[in-house]
Ligand binder design. Structure first.
Ligand code: NAD
Length: 494
């Protein structure tokens, strides 16, 4: 059967890239061709931005509660299409079905949360210093927002950007990752099925270096909301700064689970398996460092390693599979290169460390869940984001050393600490310098009503989700009304 051709959706019209070029998308578990998508260039981006700009004039004036009703219906449609979307995602990027269902659930949660914001979008009013005068701070919409997203959360991440942007009255050009175009396209179709006016969201497929770059440079794009690697994010910030765009960056991580000597080791094993090997280690919040008190290291690894070796690899559509493939062959190679780097650096490979080729696995990009011990905190495998199923174990001799090792990377997204000591928990809350801290659970699993993001090389100070997420997509406007009937001068002694 011939592979299906998909198109961009711009201003209510399905269209090919103007240059007529396409790119293929493959299933990473089977190598099967899933379809062809437009390889868009600057002209396609220009068309999408022009439509989004025109749509902004009306959309910003649509009452926010009405915008919220559309998002509420999007939430209902996501529930109805949860299984369909989960299957599309698993085929495109490989994570197992229970995780792709969770990915859609994040979108559902965000739809309902932001739908509710349609009746809040709180500004504030505070006393003013002169008589017969009032002051009001309002949240205003901004304009055209470019949403540039990665492949690892193909539905959730776009909803974390698009729903707050939409409720605040902005319009959107959406450029999804080239590894997960179909999931993105179905999400946009559901937005329109829910009643979104044409032109408010436009989707353009294509490479970061062409379609993405055109968005960064376009004078009519006011906000760039980007999630991806730190390397790409740095480039996005530099390029977008030339036209003074607002830029929100969610980037890489080197997240750690700390297991102290008084921890419940069985509980820690469950958290480690889920955080380090769930989504095949390809979460921005995935745990890639285990910082463990030296006195309990052997006992913990004696429980953990056999469980790692029992994880079943395979096609994520099979409900019995624990760990799916990695996204593509380039990433598979990079993960294996880090295994070589770890060996060369003198770490001890305890399990995994190789491409898995047995049986059906040979068709896809499978890597054995890997664990290194005797890792020094300064080694590259303990410092650089591998974005695969590789966990580095660093033994420490004190609580203070654990905190120092945790904080001493160029990333700062998520950390976790296992201990029964309330005093050490409170000291960790005070001293850990990541954007998220979990106590007695793994590093993954953010809830949408809280700010999400990280410090250092993980972000640029913005947060997604929760109320903080609205700050990226709104401009503060302050309105003073002087009803004294005479000129009153603020700050002037008379
Ligand atoms: P990536 O940086 O390669 O690509 C992300 C997106 O940016 C894609 O749509 C890509 O086409 C686009 N892009 C790339 N170069 C561009 C350019 N020059 N101009 C404009 N757009 C460009 O990242 P990826 O491989 O898709 O995703 C994995 C990375 O994402 C990891 O580093 C992971 O930690 C990170 N991530 C972070 C978070 C978070 O919230 N902090 C969440 C998920 C993933």
């Amino acid at each position: 059967m011939a592979a299906q051709n998909f198109q961009n959706y711009i201003g209510g019209r399905w269209q090919d890239a103007q240059g007529g070029r396409t790119f293929p998308n493959y299933n990473p578990a089977t190598g099967e061709l899933l379809g062809y998508f437009p390889l868009s260039e600057r002209a396609d981006v220009d068309a999408a931005v022009a439509v989004a700009r025109a749509a902004f004039a009306k959309w910003r004036l649509t009452p926010a509660p009405r915008r919220g009703e559309i998002l509420f219906r999007v939430g209902e449609l996501l529930i109805r299409h949860k299984e369909e979307l989960a299957r599309i995602m698993t085929q495109e990027m490989g994570k197992v079905l229970k995780e792709t269902r969770g990915d859609v659930q994040e979108g559902i949660d965000m739809a309902y949360y932001m739908a509710g914001e349609g009746r809040r979008l709180f500004g504030y009013s505070v006393p003013v210093e002169l008589p017969n005068k009032s002051g009001l701070a309002l949240r205003d919409s901004i304009g055209v927002v470019a949403c540039i997203t990665p492949w690892n959360f193909p539905v959730a991440i776009p909803t974390w950007k698009m729903f707050p942007a939409l409720i605040a009255g902005n319009t959107i050009v959406f450029k999804p990752a080239s590894d997960t175009p179909h999931s993105a396209l179905r999400l946009v179709e559901l937005l329109y099925e829910a009643g979104l006016p044409e032109g408010v969201v436009n989707i353009v497929f294509g490479a970061g270096a062409t379609a993405g770059e055109a968005l960064l440079q376009h004078p009519d794009v006011s906000v760039i909301s980007f999630t991806g690697s730190t390397e790409s994010g740095r480039h996005v910030a530099i390029e977008a700064a030339k036209s003074l765009k607002r830029v929100s960056l969610e980037m890489g991580g080197k997240n750690a689970v700390i297991v102290l000597d008084d921890a419940d080791l069985d509980l820690a094993v469950e958290g480690l398996l889920w955080s380090a090997y769930g989504t095949t280690g390809q979460r921005c919040t995935a745990c890639s460092r285990l910082i463990v008190s030296r006195t309990v290291q052997d006992a913990l690894l004696a429980k953990l390693v056999p469980r790692i070796e029992q994880l079943r690899l395979g096609d994520g559509l099979d409900e019995l599979v624990d760990v799916g493939p990695v996204i593509n062959s380039k990433q598979l190679e990079q993960i294996h290169q880090y295994t070589e780097i770890g060996r060369t650096e003198g770490a001890t490979l305890v399990t995994g460390g190789e491409v898995a080729r047995d049986g059906e696995l040979v068709r896809g990009n499978f890597y054995r869940p890997t664990l290194f011990k005797d890792v020094a905190a300064t080694m590259r495998i303990a410092q650089e984001e591998i974005f695969g199923p590789t966990l580095s174990v660093i033994a420490v001799d004190s609580f203070e050393e654990a905190i120092e090792v945790n904080n001493n990377t160029k990333y700062g997204l998520s950390s976790s600490i296992y201990t029964r000591d309330v005093n050490r928990v409170q000291r960790a809350v005070r001293d850990i310098t990541t954007g998220i801290l979990y106590v007695n659970s793994g590093t993954t699993g953010a809830e949408i009503q809280f700010p999400f993001g990280g410090t250092r090389g993980t972000g640029n100070g913005h947060r997604e989700a929760g109320l903080a997420g609205l700050d990226v997509f709104t401009e503060w406007k302050v309105v003073y009304t002087d009803y004294s009937g005479r000129l009153q001068k603020a700050q002037i002694d008379e």
